[in-house]
Design a binder for this molecule. Structure first.
Ligand code: SF4
Ligand SMILES: [Zn+2]
Length: 318
């Protein structure tokens, strides 16, 4: 039996992209529903940073990273550039392809300059691995004018699969991190995978639902459910070996609707590059628009009907 460890994962990777340590590798503005219920413009600056220390099996964020730490001052410079190229936003995500609180990724010397650059936003969202959530978060929060929110990858609560994802964490690490943040009045959100490798479609849906339940019980204010993709080398090999298959759009819809029905907090579906999960070009646009509408309204609308699934009852959306 092959071991899907860091060595196996990295040796099967395609080449990484060329990046500049002083420029973000992407910036965009998306609409996202805030805790107040308003759908607000949310900027995302994808920071060019050192590769994450964790090497998860399903991760492709390393593609736009550097092999060594970026110098002090590089991250604030990237944020300055990113903000210059986007309209005014009330919410900002700083995603660094890893953990914001890993000092090998974002040096502590940069916290103050970063805080100075984001003074104008109401909410700042960064990513963090559960094992790196601690005093650094509080130090950074104390320098900030906007509210801080930390997005944490729970991935799945199925313990054997979580172990195989090579994230080097257990569910209890996630719970500890969320409780720590909550005790210090810092909001958190969970990233949850829909059908990670080593699961059937049915198991993928089942465990995504259990993961949402656990995340809310732990104290997150929202969850984002992410259909798992191939494309990082390792996942493509697992797909060839029959150990991974992309989830269907139906599964993503089911998990999103279930999460919202709990009434425990916002649940969003990740709609990036969604077409690859569709088996029918005739209904894809309608289904994608429906998911976006549900993300914004946080209430399920009637399902899209299509000849691709004649057994389903429902109504076409306008
Ligand atoms: S912790 Fe997040 S960024 Fe780091 S390897 Fe895992 S999924 Fe990727
Ligand atoms: Zn269809």
């Amino acid at each position: 039996m092959e071991s899907f460890d860091s060595h196996w994962i990295t040796k099967n990777r395609p080449a990484r992209n060329e990046v500049d340590k002083f420029e973000p590798y992407a910036c965009l503005v998306e609409k996202e529903r805030s805790n107040s219920g308003l759908v607000e413009d949310t900027g995302i600056i994808f920071l060019t940073n050192k590769e994450c220390s964790f090497t998860c099996l399903m991760c492709d964020l390393w593609k736009n990273t550097t092999l060594t730490s970026v110098p002090i001052g590089a991250i604030p410079e990237q944020i300055r550039l990113g903000l210059k190229h986007m309209p005014d936003v009330s919410r900002l995500k700083l995603y660094n392809s890893g953990s914001f609180f890993d000092v090998k990724s974002i040096p502590e010397e940069d916290y103050k300059p970063i805080a100075g650059l984001v003074k104008h936003v109401d909410r700042l969202i960064v990513e963090g691995h559960p094992k790196l959530i601690g005093q650094n978060c509080l130090d950074f929060r104390d320098m900030l004018q906007p509210e801080l929110e930390v997005a944490i990858g729970l991935e799945t609560v199925e313990p054997n699969v979580l172990k195989k994802l090579n994230k080097k964490m257990e569910v209890r690490d996630f719970v500890r991190a969320v409780k720590f943040l909550k005790a210090h009045q810092i909001d958190s959100r969970a990233f949850i995978l829909v059908r990670p490798p080593f699961m059937s479609e049915k198991e993928g849906v089942f465990w995504a639902k259990r993961s949402i339940e656990l995340a809310f019980e732990a104290g997150v204010s929202s969850c984002t459910v992410i259909p798992v993709r191939a494309g990082n080398g390792a996942m493509d090999l697992l797909e060839e070996q029959g150990l991974f298959q992309k989830p269907s759009l139906d599964s993503l819809e089911e998990v999103l609707e279930y999460g919202i029905s709990l009434g425990a907090g916002h649940v969003f579906a990740d709609t990036w590059d969604l077409e690859q999960f569709s088996k029918c070009p005739a209904c894809f646009d309608q289904r994608s628009n429906r998911l976006i509408k549900i993300n914004h309204s946080q209430s399920a609308t009637p399902k899209v009907t299509c000849t691709c699934d004649p057994k389903k009852k429902g109504y076409a959306i306008d």
